[in-house]
Design a protein around this ligand. Structure first.
Ligand SMILES: [Ca+2]
Length: 512
């Protein structure tokens, strides 16, 4: 029988959810009653961050408990080195059953990395995405990002996938086999990730009467930092869009958040009705956020709050995690990994994890939390390594390129991140302090950049060598249920060539 020493782990991970787009985090329109329910059941972190504002790097960091530059999960076409320890492997060493249900966006042959099985399928693990080389000049989108223009009622591969994930979660939790061993289940939902299509019921909840526009002060878009301008040109997400188009697209995004929230609620119901709520630690997070038009951007790949912050909620009905606690201390997903390990009796320090367990803090044994988050972006949408450090009220963003770029924001005085204080004499001390922390993580940024560029070149060459043709025929079959056959290394790289070449040549950034 399950016991308190070995709590079950249920991780509900969404994709592309900026926490401010939820009622739970204070949004005046978006209703998320089941996130509210999780907030009552446990502790919610106001300032929780992902460790990279992009799918695969964020998720590989989440799997390994290490920063992206440490686990070397550079971009959306980087497989995880198979010898890398992940938290599911460590839980298996204690007799846990581990299951992945849906998306984790791990690339490569047999990308389970410590999960016993995949309950449904992950369309992104074999939907091959391009390798972008920093040595190539960043392309500029030729047209506005189409997803905003196409937003509305309907279904998409995302909503279909998520329906399968929910169904598989109920079956897994209701299975009597769960009574034998402790288990860890990750439900990898893709909503509220674009395409911005959501069934009528959810879309009509917000459109046309219940949507809003981004908060953009007059003149701000003309004064965006260079990193944001480059990203805007690359993605085409600056539009131009009419206010009505933006409102409609935001309404569809809000609808996807509600669609996700209902699924969260029904899974908690099943956990409760099967008598497993007491002894299950529930973690709710996302891999990164969504700009939703703020700062003239959609999607992510930057360190603005909408992109880098994620919902972070943790509860344990039968344990000692405080209920109804709203925590402002800064933390990130690597801390969640360390917390999971600590909860089952594994010392994360022994495995050289970059995160810290939150348990001593949540149990009141430690009064002061470290109050820090690190986020890195080492992929497309930039032409050099980027890193963010948030400590207390301050956030420093650094771009390592020929002309070094800094952005410094005080989130208390300027929550919208409209006033870049970098380089100002009166904030010299805090900028230096935060940059010193960056230098601890990146002791040699030139060497890091070189390593990333070499990896880009190697993977680019592998594509060339394994490409049988330049067709586009290997799209994922979203209708397939059950385990997918996993890919061989050759299939993997060949797939990247096929899809990647086309996408890069066309300057099409919609695929990723
Ligand atoms: Ca993602």
């Amino acid at each position: 029988m399950p016991n308190k020493d070995k709590p079950n782990i249920l991780m509900i991970m969404s994709d592309e959810h900026g926490p401010m787009f939820s009622g739970t985090y204070g949004h005046s329109i978006v209703e998320t009653p089941n996130m509210d329910r999780l907030a009552e059941m446990g502790t919610t972190f106001e300032n929780g961050y992902c460790n990279s504002p992009l799918c695969t790097p964020s998720r590989l960091s989440m799997m390994t408990g290490k920063f992206v530059s440490h686990c070397e999960g550079w971009d959306n076409a980087t497989p995880l080195y198979v010898g890398r320890i992940t938290w599911p492997w460590l839980l298996k060493s204690l007799g846990y059953e581990t299951a992945l249900n849906g998306k984790m966006h791990m690339m490569g042959p047999k990308p389970l990395n410590g999960f016993d099985k995949q309950l449904t399928f992950d369309p992104h693990s074999d939907n091959m995405l391009p390798v972008f080389r920093w040595k190539d000049k960043m392309k500029e989108a030729k047209t506005p990002w189409e997803d905003v223009l196409e937003a509305g009622a309907g279904t998409s591969p995302v909503t279909v996938h998520d329906d399968y994930v929910e169904k598989a979660a109920h079956s897994y939790l209701k299975d009597d086999a769960r009574k034998k061993n402790p288990w860890a289940l990750v439900c990898g939902f893709i909503s509220p990730h674009f395409p911005l299509k959501v069934p009528d019921k959810y879309f009509n909840k917000y459109y046309p009467n219940n949507s809003d526009l981004p908060d953009i002060p007059s003149g701000h878009l003309d004064n965006l930092p260079p990193s944001a301008k480059r990203l805007q040109k690359f993605t085409g997400t600056g539009g131009p869009y009419t206010d009505e188009q933006t409102k409609k697209a935001r309404a569809a995004y809000y609808g996807l958040v509600s669609f996700l929230d209902e699924k969260i609620g029904r899974i908690i119901d099943t956990l409760e009705s099967t008598g497993q709520l007491e002894n299950t630690i529930i973690i709710h997070t996302s891999d990164h956020g969504e700009m939703a038009g703020e700062h003239g951007l959609w999607r992510k790949m930057c360190f603005y709050e909408q992109s880098a912050r994620v919902p972070l909620q943790i509860s344990w009905n039968g344990g000692n995690i405080p209920k109804g606690r709203w925590e402002k201390g800064v933390m990130s997903n690597v801390d969640i990994v360390a917390t999971i390990l600590d909860a089952v009796g594994i010392n994360p320090v022994e495995w050289n994890m970059d995160g810290d367990s939150l348990l001593p803090y949540l149990y009141g044994k430690e009064k002061k939390w470290k109050d820090e988050a690190i986020c890195e972006h080492l992929a497309h949408g930039t032409d050099g390594p980027r890193i963010m450090v948030r400590r207390g009220d301050w956030k420093l963003n650094y771009t390592h390129r020929e002309t070094k770029e800094f952005e410094l924001y005080n989130l208390k005085d300027d929550p919208g991140e409209f006033k870049n204080m970098a380089g100002k004499k009166e904030y010299e001390k805090i900028q230096k302090e935060l940059f010193n922390r960056i230098k601890e993580i990146w002791p040699d940024p030139d060497a890091l950049e070189q390593k990333i560029r070499e990896s880009q070149e190697e993977r680019f060459l592998l594509r060339e060598l394994t490409s049988p043709s330049n067709n586009d025929s290997d799209k994922a079959d979203f209708r397939q249920e059950g385990n997918r056959e996993h890919l061989t290394a050759i299939d993997f790289y060949a797939g990247i060539v096929n899809r990647g070449k086309n996408a890069v040549d066309k300057g099409d950034s919609r695929l990723f």
